[in-house]
Design a protein around this ligand. Structure first.
Ligand SMILES: C[S@@+](CC[C@H](N)C(=O)[O-])C[C@H]1O[C@@H](n2cnc3c(N)ncnc32)[C@H](O)[C@@H]1O
Length: 212
């Protein structure tokens, strides 16, 4: 039987996945921020390890700057800096999550921005983008990829996880539309993995595309 604490945290997770707009989502993450990392550890959260594994094969450590899109509390930055990335910029919809990311001090800058809206970065700013646990149901819309492409320099790679309804079919037409428009080209993908092996069954995959 789940203990009371993990039951409460699971409810917060579900609240985040059931959000119907960005305000609800940011509120759910603000409410969850202090317990987020403990909860993710308890479910054996694997997105950051999987995204950074594929990114390490396709985004050189000297690519700079790197954008962590939907950085949350900054788990990705701990791995990225250990892999040699020195200039990491984060963005997220939740001020509460950003506050904790700021305490890690691995980010050169953190921004409160929404994927799915116009990002306040110049075109061709980043040499690479990573995104873990963000392109999934109730989170960033797939159209958020358009802006990630715009702010990435030609030749830069975007490595991101895809899960739930996106992986079950919604991502394929979006990916093809971006390929057909000549905006990105396919580089690589991981196999299917469970992003919460100790807590749930959440089939996921990481993709890497190169901006044209
Ligand atoms: C499951 S957490 C992942 C956080 C971090 N990348 C990690 O792997 O620990 C999802 C994060 O995406 C952020 N997020 C969801 N939708 C977003 C959007 N449209 N724009 C920006 N951030 C968003 C949430 O605020 C939350 O911090």
């Amino acid at each position: 039987m789940p203990d009371q604490k993990s039951g409460k945290e699971t409810a917060k997770l579900h609240k985040a996945y059931q959000a119907t707009n960005t305000d609800e989502l940011a509120e759910a993450y603000d409410d969850w921020a202090d317990e987020y990392e403990d909860h993710m550890k308890s479910i054996g959260y694997t997105h950051p390890a999987m995204v950074t594994s594929l990114a390490a094969q396709h985004i050189p450590a000297d690519a700079t700057p790197i954008l962590d899109a939907g950085c949350g509390t900054g788990i990705m930055s701990e791995i990225m800096q250990a892999l040699g990335h020195g200039h990491i910029v984060g963005l997220d919809a939740s001020p509460g999550m950003l506050k904790i990311a700021g305490e890690k001090a691995h980010y050169e800058a953190l921004h409160h921005m929404y994927l799915g809206e116009k990002l306040d970065f110049e075109t061709d700013t980043f040499e690479g983008v990573v995104s873990s646990g963000v392109f999934t149901q109730g989170h960033a819309p797939l159209d958020g990829l358009d802006e990630l492409i715009r702010v990435t320099k030609p030749g830069g790679r975007i490595a991101f996880s895809v899960a739930r309804t996106y992986l079950e079919g919604l991502f394929d037409p979006k990916r093809k539309a971006l390929e057909d428009a000549g905006l990105w080209r396919y580089v690589d993908e991981t196999g299917i993995y469970n992003s919460a092996p100790l807590g749930d069954h959440l089939p996921s995959r990481v993709y890497c595309f190169e901006v044209v």
